[in-house]
Design a binder for this molecule. Structure first.
Ligand SMILES: [Fe+2]
Ligand SMILES: [Mn+2]
Length: 340
């Protein structure tokens, strides 16, 4: 019996090693996505995309759609997406990852969801979830797919700071800048099938600081009258401070029905957010049973409401989308519950 268990262990180890190797090979950066960041370079027009908006900007967050075989309500999911987008009347849609677990679905199937979102002619941005590129499909293959959609704002971003899809969207009303959304890739598990998560890199945090400085200079040139340009951050895996907020923060709304699955190590993004005084709110997904909004040390930490279903996980939680309205000073946050 022991021998049998040992053999199973050996086979499993070989399989995992082979899969890891396969993924490692797929991680090579295609030449067209190589873009080196130099901290000393000046922030320029190439560093952000612009969205023309009115006097306020409405951003609809959709998250953890999971259009894969863990989703036992796929038809409802498509209906939820359509209903929520129609109800939201948003200027931008931000999808914060876990579109579909790629080990459980074919790439083409995932495009059904992209097609629906793109069909509304609302610009949409996305960051990756831990499951999107976990097996078989790389983030660069996703980037290729996103590039086919005329309303998609996704950018792979600098290739030497860590992650794929760290980028910025500036909201402009004529000559005035209202604020910006900063999209941050929160990576995957430390190794395949683990529920321990990688941390944000030093490169990403340095890039964030540099980006806020650059954005603020633009903002001031355009006549911005706030102390610092107001920004929102969109990610997938919650920052470590979500767990701290759960313990010590002030809950504004919603509920948490599971623990906050944060990275093992806190590398300091929240400290950078506090130092820069720009980011009013952070929006994440990942923990499907959590949809709380906390204020923690002056920053709003928001869990987006899940926009899909996974069998036997958070089935009884509110589903829908999360609306943020940025008016050039502050942000109002509202849950759009599906079925209400
Ligand atoms: Fe998820
Ligand atoms: Mn996730």
């Amino acid at each position: 019996m022991k021998k049998k268990i040992f053999l199973i262990g050996v086979v499993a180890t070989i399989m995992i090693s082979l899969l890891s190797l396969l993924c490692a090979c797929g991680n090579k950066i295609p030449q067209k996505y190589v873009k080196e960041w130099d901290e000393k370079a000046e922030y320029s027009e190439a560093d952000y995309r612009v969205l023309e908006v009115g006097e306020e900007v409405r951003i609809l967050q959709l998250t953890d759609i999971h259009y894969d075989n863990s989703n036992n309500r796929k038809e409802d999911t498509l209906k939820l997406l359509k209903d929520t987008i129609e109800k939201a009347d948003a200027d931008m849609i931000a999808v914060t990852g876990d579109w579909c677990y790629m080990a459980m679905i074919k790439k083409e199937k995932c495009k059904e969801v992209f097609d629906i979102i793109d069909s509304y002619n609302v610009p949409w941005a996305s960051v990756f979830g831990n499951h999107d590129a976990e097996v078989f499909v790389t983030k660069y293959e996703f980037a290729d797919m996103f590039a086919e959609y005329k309303n998609c704002l996704f950018e792979s971003g600098y290739s030497n700071i860590g992650g794929v899809g760290n980028y910025t969207v500036v909201f402009r009303n004529g000559e005035n800048i209202l604020g910006a959304a900063i999209m941050v890739d929160t990576h995957s598990s430390v190794r395949m099938f683990s529920s321990k998560y990688e941390s944000l890199t030093k490169g990403q945090i340095d890039w964030y600081r540099w980006t806020v400085d650059g954005l603020d200079a633009l903002y001031k040139q355009s006549g911005g009258d706030q102390e610092v340009i107001p920004t929102l951050m969109y990610t997938h895996i919650p920052l470590n401070e979500y767990a701290d907020a759960y313990e010590n923060g002030v809950m504004v709304s919603g509920e948490n029905k599971e623990k906050c699955c944060v990275p093992e190590e806190n590398t300091g993004m929240f400290q950078a957010i506090k130092d820069k005084k720009s980011t009013k709110a952070v929006f994440c997904g990942h923990d499907h049973a959590n949809n709380s909004e906390y204020v923690y040390e002056g920053v709003r930490l928001v869990y987006g409401v899940q926009s899909g279903w996974c069998k036997n996980y958070a089935d009884d939680c509110i589903k829908g989308g999360t609306m943020a309205v940025l008016d050039g000073k502050d942000v109002r946050i509202e849950v759009l519950a599906w079925g209400d």
